[in-house]
Design a protein. Sequence first.
Length: 320
Amino acid sequence: MSKNIDNKKIDLFYKLVDKACMIYYNDLGTDYLEAFIKVSESLTDEFDEMKLSKKSIEKLNAIYNEISENDFLNEEVRIACELILVKGLKHRNVLLDFMTPDVINYLYVHIVKSIIDNCNFGDEITILDTVLGTSNLLQTIINNIEEYKDIKIHGIGIEKDELLVHLSKALSNLLDNEIIINFNDALKKINNCANIIVGDFGESKDVYEIIKLRLDNLADDGFFVYVVNNDFFTNAPKDLFLTGYHLVLSRALFLPYSYIVILESFNFLSISITILLIPDFSIFVLVILIASSLSAITYSNLFFSSAYTVCLRIQLSLLI
């Protein structure tokens, strides 16, 4: 994870941006999330003073100056903006279940780092989030893999909701993360190719169709890492896992003492079960990795590199 995150800096950035948003909200009646987009534009591009009162302009300039005078880590900015987005979405009475919580975000970071460490993707890696939302998950991953100085990280997201596209762009601008956003439905084809595809599918009824479609965008020996509901395998098509490596995070992740299994398999010939204990959150996590090739056994130690994770591995062999 990002080093030396300062909670005081997170609080400061949140308070300053929130104050700026409320100025737009009170002075112009601007929706809180729309105000956040305007604040992002003012901080990264040009301050649009149009229609604002002189007093509001003075207050905003003071806020922007204070932000520019402080050094904030990308992850401090992201976490602060996460709180801003939560406030704005609640104001609109929008359910927050599509926002991936940080306990899952940081598990993703660990998984992506492990994949990068164990795979030879070359000096450029593309990570695609097939259900981008506010881009919180993808931004967390990019923020926390900055240590790979010799590798160029490209981020791509697919999102069909116009507001979420604008919010993702605003967050990307504040973080200065290079992310290409496809304003598109995840059920439609795109031309991009990615080494790692991620996605928190939530309650999506189109999960199987989206996964099948995205396999066309997965590079050779690429990984598809996604969060699904616990009944995912009940109706999963048999041909769903014929391409790439699939690492599936069960929604049981959100429940205390739930389990996640890492399943490595070629036609289910070999199974490796790994139980991960994350003391910080007092939960067990269940992860399922299904590979289309026996070479996946190479990655059976994928989750042993992190100091904050205690692992127990069990290997089984199945006869068919």
